[in-house]
Design a protein. Structure first.
Length: 112
């Protein structure tokens, strides 16, 4: 079920991007670089694109909410499963202290 919703979500995202890019806006759209869309798709192209955008946006929001709800029900997230830090063992580590040789003389750092 989860995989099916992800597939529908990805398809809705891709189609929504394409349809929004094809639509002619106030400043023109990607469709202006092609020949007239109405001559290719018919005279009701703008109406179809607006309805398709509305439908795909509803599908997008429903799949978003469904994926969020299902991930809560599964009690895991996609981000959690992609990276897990290495598990620490029960041993404790002690801080390392620098070892000074027995014949070393202390250095004067005050410049005297």
């Amino acid at each position: 079920m989860f995989t099916l919703i992800i597939i529908v979500h990805v398809l809705a995202c891709c189609l929504l991007i394409l349809i929004v890019l094809v639509q002619q806006g106030k400043g023109g759209g990607l469709i202006d670089s092609f020949s007239s869309a109405e001559s290719i798709f018919g005279t009701k192209t703008n109406t179809f694109l607006v309805k398709a955008t509305s439908f795909l946006s509803v599908v997008f929001f429903i799949t978003c909410l469904s994926l969020a709800f299902l991930s809560i029900q599964r009690n895991k997230s996609l981000i959690e499963t992609s990276y897990r830090p290495p598990a620490t063992t029960g041993t404790t580590t002690t801080p390392v202290t620098p070892v000074t040789p027995a014949n070393a003389t202390p250095q004067n750092t005050t410049g005297q």
